[in-house]
Design a binder for this molecule. Structure first.
Ligand code: ADP
Length: 295
C-alpha cells in the first residue's frame, strides 16, 4: 500500500498558491513532511484527509482514488489535526470508548479490549481515569493518537504534533509514533527538524507550496558532506558575513553568533568544516529555494 500524490495544486481565493504541482510517493513507514510555517503542509494534509478540495492533480492510496472516493478513504484514515477540541470534564477512557461507539464498534467487550489496548499503546493506561482537563500537552497529543488509531487505519496523518511539547513529552510522543510505521503509511507534518531526524525513513521538504527535496534523510545528509562550514563571529560582523557567504543558519553560542555556510570548498578565513546534519540540509534547501524564487 502506497500513497501517491500526483501534480496536486491548490490556489486559495485570495490568490495564495498553497500547493504547486506537488508529487510525492509515500510508502509504508514514517514519512516526514518538513517545511516552515506557511509552506502548505496543513493544506496538503487536509486535502489528503478529504477535508478540502484541490484544484487539480490526484491522490491514490492503493486502489482508492482519494479525491473521488472520500468515504472509502475515511474508513482507513486516522487523522490527528493540528488543533482538536476535547471534552475536558470526561476521562480518557470514557471519551475513547465514546469515540469507539461513534466509529461503529458495537460489541461492548471488543470495544473495551480495543480501548484498553490503545491506552496501553499510547502510555495513558495509568492515567485513564483522569479528566482530560488535567492532561498535559503531551498527554493530550497521545490521546489524539489513540483516537486516530480506533479504526486501525492504513493511513495515519499527524499534523504538527510536537509543537509546544517539552523535550520529555516529545520523546514519549516519538516512542508512541515509532511503533506505528510497520503496517501503516504515517505522514508526520512538522516544522521541527528533530521530529524527522528521530523518526522518519523517508522525507520531503516543502517551501512556498513546492517540493524542494525528497528522499531518505541519511542519503540527503550524505549529499551535503563537505559542503558546510562553521565559524563563530562577533555580532556586528553578521551582516557582512551574510553579504559575502551563503549563511544558512546562525545560532548564539555563549552570546556569540555561530554561523553555518554552504560552500563547495573551505573558504579559509577561519571557517572549519563540519559534518552536515539534517538541520543544515533543511536550512540550505529553504535558503536556496527562497532565494532562487526572489531573484
Ligand atoms: P503550513 O501548514 O505549512 O503552515 P498552510 O497550508 O497552513 O501552511 O498555509 C499555506 C499558505 O496558504 C499560507 O500562506 C497560508 O496563509 C495560506 N492559507 C492557508 N489556509 C488558507 C485559507 N483558508 N484561505 C486563504 N489562505 C490560506
Amino acid at each position: 500500500m502506497e500513497l501517491i500524490i500526483d501534480n496536486l495544486s491548490k490556489t486559495y481565493s485570495n490568490g495564495i498558491k498553497a500547493l504547486q504541482n506537488i508529487s510525492l510517493e509515500i510508502p509504508k513507514g514514517m514519512f516526514g513532511l518538513l517545511g516552515p510555517n506557511g509552506a502548505g503542509k496543513s493544506t496538503l494534509m487536509r486535502t489528503i484527509a478529504t477535508l478540502q478540495e484541490a484544484d487539480s492533480g490526484s491522490i491514490s492510496l492503493g486502489d482508492i482514488d482519494v479525491l473521488k472516493q472520500k468515504n472509502e478513504l475515511r474508513q482507513v484514515l486516522g487523522y490527528l489535526p493540528q488543533q482538536f477540541g476535547l471534552y475536558p470534564k470526561i476521562s480518557a477512557e470514557v471519551l475513547l470508548n465514546h469515540f469507539a461507539v461513534l466509529k461503529g464498534i458495537a460489541n461492548k467487550s471488543e470495544r473495551q479490549e480495543l480501548v484498553k489496548a490503545l491506552l496501553h499503546k499510547t502510555n495513558l493506561y495509568e492515567v485513564r481515569k483522569q479528566n482530560l482537563k488535567g492532561y498535559s500537552g503531551g498527554m493530550k497529543q497521545r490521546f489524539g493518537i489513540a483516537q486516530a488509531l480506533l479504526n486501525n487505519p492504513k493511513l495515519l496523518i499527524v499534523d504538527e504534533p510536537t509543537a509546544g511539547l517539552d523535550p520529555v513529552e516529545r520523546n514519549r510522543f516519538y516512542n508512541v509514533l515509532s511503533e506505528l510505521g510497520e503496517h501503516t503509511v504515517v505522514i508526520l507534518s512538522t516544522h521541527i527538524v528533530d521530529d524527522v531526524k528521530e523518526l522518519c525513513t523517508n522525507m520531503a521538504i516543502i517551501n512556498q507550496g513546492q517540493v524542494c527535496l525528497k528522499g531518505n534523510p541519511l542519503q540527503i545528509i550524505e549529499d551535503l558532506k563537505g559542503k558546510v562550514y562553521k565559524k563563530t563571529i562577533e555580532k556586528p560582523e553578521l551582516e557582512a558575513y551574510k553579504q559575502n557567504y551563503q549563511v544558512i543558519s546562525e545560532k548564539l553560542f555563549l552570546g556569540k553568533p555561530t554561523i553555518h555556510i554552504l560552500r563547495d570548498e573551505n573558504p579559509g578565513d577561519g571557517f572549519s568544516s563540519i559534518n552536515a546534519d539534517l538541520e543544515d540540509v533543511y536550512f540550505s534547501q529553504i535558503f536556496s529555494h527562497t532565494n532562487s524564487k526572489s531573484i
